[in-house]
Design a protein around this ligand. Structure first.
Ligand code: R5P
Length: 272
């Protein structure tokens, strides 16, 4: 079973890199987690000249991954102002029909979000367990990065929004206290009822938060507005050309998501 999941991640990574790694890539964002390892493996396997390519990490693990692959890491704050990354690859905890994602299960989300938003194309790579119609189907909570001093205040505000038993994430040994992110912040894991998609709302369902039922973008916005929240592990909103036209770069939502399937195939969902 574990081997099959790893094989699925590797297959998805290989296809995503084959389809989206640009010729003469100059700037490439590299996400975090277990699936991104196979993306870096696939980039290396292309055998292309990477001497002029700079890889922008999304945290400590990501930077170590880049460096141990013999590639050049450049931190996000060292990328020259105005530079648009050619592409950013990353994993996800869950992806819905509209390509909205939940991220942060591995404690990285803020740097992943700024790197994704600075890329012309954000590409998501995952295995079939992550492929769902609605967020919070198989994956049960929204990771939220918060300033430690505000953690209890944010917990209370999340309860008001309808979160069901939100908790501050601890280290594996709870005696060691709250887990710290790469920013030295805390994470709150907030379960909610499954999130509605655009189609659900178009079909008349109420995603305004009444009875704790939220449409994806509305919940992301409501959580982001709580003072003390650095960022939310919901990646949603505009993407690709849409985002560029609105004055951004590529947006938070991937333009394409690749899923390794149990039968060895790779399924692709593309943004409309
Ligand atoms: O916090 C971690 C990141 O958001 C990961 O990209 C996400 O959790 C997916 O990780 P994995 O590839 O290990 O399933």
């Amino acid at each position: 079973m574990a081997d099959a999941v790893e094989a699925a991640k590797r297959a998805a990574a290989k296809t995503a890199v084959a389809n989206h790694y640009p010729e003469n890539a100059r700037w490439v964002g590299i996400g975090s987690g277990t699936t991104i390892v196979y993306v870096v493996e696939a980039i290396k396997a292309l055998g292309v000249d990477t001497s002029n390519t700079r890889y922008v990490p999304t945290g400590y693990q990501s930077r170590q991954l880049i460096v141990s692959a013999g590639l050049t890491a450049v931190e996000f704050d060292a990328v020259p102002a105005g530079t648009v990354l050619d592409v950013a690859f990353d994993g996800a905890d869950e992806v819905d029909d509209d390509l909205n994602c939940i991220k942060g299960g591995g404690a990285c989300l803020f740097q992943e979000k700024i790197v994704a938003m600075q890329a012309k194309q954000f590409i998501c790579v995952a295995d079939s367990r992550k492929l769902q119609s609605r967020l919070l189907t198989n994956w049960k909570y929204v990771p939220i990065e918060v300033a430690p001093i505000a953690a209890y205040r944010v917990l209370n505000k999340l309860l008001e929004l309808g979160a069901i038993n939100p908790i501050i994430r601890t280290n594996k040994d709870p005696k060691q206290g709250p887990l710290k992110t790469d920013q030295d912040f805390f994470l709150i894991d907030a379960p909610f009822k499954p999130l509605l998609t655009k189609a659900d709302v178009a079909n008349g369902q109420d995603g305004s938060g009444k009875d704790g039922v939220w449409e994806v973008n509305l919940l992301a916005r409501a959580i982001k507005q709580i003072t003390g929240v650095l960022d939310v592990g919901i990646f949603s909103g505009l993407t690709g050309p849409e985002a560029t036209a609105a004055g951004g770069v590529g947006g938070q939502r991937p333009v394409a998501a690749y899923f390794g399937m149990p039968d060895g195939s790779v399924s692709v969902r593309k943004a409309l």
